[in-house]
Design a protein around this ligand. Structure first.
Ligand code: ADP
Ligand code: MG
Length: 401
């Protein structure tokens, strides 16, 4: 199947060529025709499968082919400002040869970004990409007119519910006409998502490609370590060879900060992203990381879904993610597009059962790698034994020896 089978206008095809997209991905193949028919849709496919273009392409084509006086407005609701910016960028790319306008509305920043957004909202655009909290803040000022919205898209719906946006979404949808097309995209399909979709979608088609298997090109490995060995092991792995782009996930903000301090002390060029940073600081770090200004980024799970960074050499899980799906999302940050990637997970004595559950979900056992001799030996692998132990990520990590 090729993109020309969808009957897109030539300007869209040109945009695809500019973006280097040759063939539709499976979710694109299945979702685009449903969206073109005007149906509501629940699209479930894991991170990195091309969900953004799956909804943008048919919507952009619709806007492009509409008569001038048809006011087709689109509202895309997303969990984070980073994702809002990323989708806005993808609109700019795909719609390069079209006459389509978009605005991104997200929180943080200073007073001037509020004023710029306010002005853009008042001027109007074909597409608005917004985070729920900030959009509601604008709605409360009474200049937001959502009455000509024809399409609503909820992207990363699972993440939005995790972040507590359920009520905000319901509030926003209240201002949108009932007569509309609603699309919901999610990497996972927990019960909460079903409940939300029953409230705001109408007779949706469902496409589910959620096989929860990491990309095959990701080489996975795990180290059994005590907490006190973790920082030294990470330093050892980072110093063992030249890596241009490494992403380390920690479950806690405090661990992110502490690991960053320890690595910096060892002369490793690392930076940390967490919710204490201002928006412009987070954006700057992300941009610098993308541009390979520094090689090691340490982050909480906020970065594990949705954000697309090309060609990460190595993903490390400082601890075992809370739920198995998060593991797949985290290691999905590597081996994007055509590259190969490595994913290492550090498992302490309390996380073994959790890791065992992940192995069950992904349907394969992850190789356990021996610790380098100078670190001493780690705990023995005993998932059953760790089943009832406390959650290790409530403990503070220890300093590098
Ligand atoms: P998801 O939302 O499912 O996590 P994205 O939409 O962010 O995935 O897409 C992941 C990456 O794949 C992006 O870099 C995107 O530009 C790229 N991509 C999407 N569709 C295609 C395609 N048909 N061909 C090549 N690359 C694609
Ligand atoms: Mg996405």
């Amino acid at each position: 199947m090729t993109f020309s089978d969808f009957g897109f206008s030539s300007e869209i095809i040109e945009g695809l060529e500019a973006m280097g997209f040759q063939n539709p991905t499976p979710i694109q193949e299945q979702a685009i025709p449903v969206i073109q028919e005007g149906k509501d849709l629940i699209g479930c496919a894991q991170t990195g499968t091309g969900k953004t273009a799956a909804f943008l392409l048919p919507i952009l084509n619709k806007i492009h082919q509409a008569e001038k006086h048809d006011n087709i407005k689109v509202l895309i609701i997303v969990p984070t400002r980073e994702l809002a910016i990323q989708i806005d960028n993808q609109i700019q790319g795909l719609a390069y040869y079209l006459n389509v306008s978009s605005i991104a509305v997200y929180g943080g920043g200073d007073g001037s970004s509020w004023d710029i957004q306010k002005k853009a909202i008042q001027t109007g655009a074909d597409i608005m990409v917004a985070t729920p909290g900030r959009l509601i803040a604008h709605i409360n000022q009474e200049y937001v007119d959502l009455t000509s919205i024809k399409h609503v898209i909820l992207d990363e719906a699972d993440r939005m519910l995790d972040m507590g946006f359920n009520e905000d979404i319901t509030r926003i949808i209240k201002d949108v006409p009932k007569e509309r097309q609603t699309l919901l995209f999610s990497a996972t399909m927990p019960k909460k998502i079903r409940e939300l979709s029953q409230k705001i979608l109408s007779h949706p088609e469902e496409i589910s490609l959620a096989i929860s298997k990491p990309a095959e090109r990701v080489v996975q490995g795990a180290f059994l370590t005590f907490d006190g060995q973790k920082n030294s092991l990470i330093a050892h792995l980072l110093q063992a060879k030249t890596l241009k782009s490494v992403l380390i996930f920690c479950s806690r903000k405090s661990t992110v900060k502490e690991l960053n301090r320890d690595l910096k002390k060892l002369g490793i060029q690392s930076e940390a992203i967490h919710s204490d940073l201002e928006q412009h600081e987070r954006e700057k770090l992300l941009l610098d990381y993308r541009n390979r200004t520094f090689p090691v980024l340490i982050a909480t799970d906020i970065l594990s879904r949705g954000i697309d960074i090309e060609d990460i050499d190595l993903v490390m899980n400082y601890d075992v993610p809370r739920d198995a799906e998060d593991y797949v999302h985290r290691i999905g940050r590597t081996a994007r597009a055509s590259s190969k990637g490595i994913a290492f997970t550090l498992i302490n004595e309390d996380d073994m059962w959790k890791f065992h559950q992940i192995e069950r979900l992904i349907g394969s056992e992850v190789r356990k790698i021996k610790l380098p001799p100078h670190l001493g030996s780690g705990p023995d692998y005993d998932p059953q034994g760790s089943k009832n132990r406390g959650k290790s990520y409530h403990k503070k990590p220890k300093k590098v020896r």
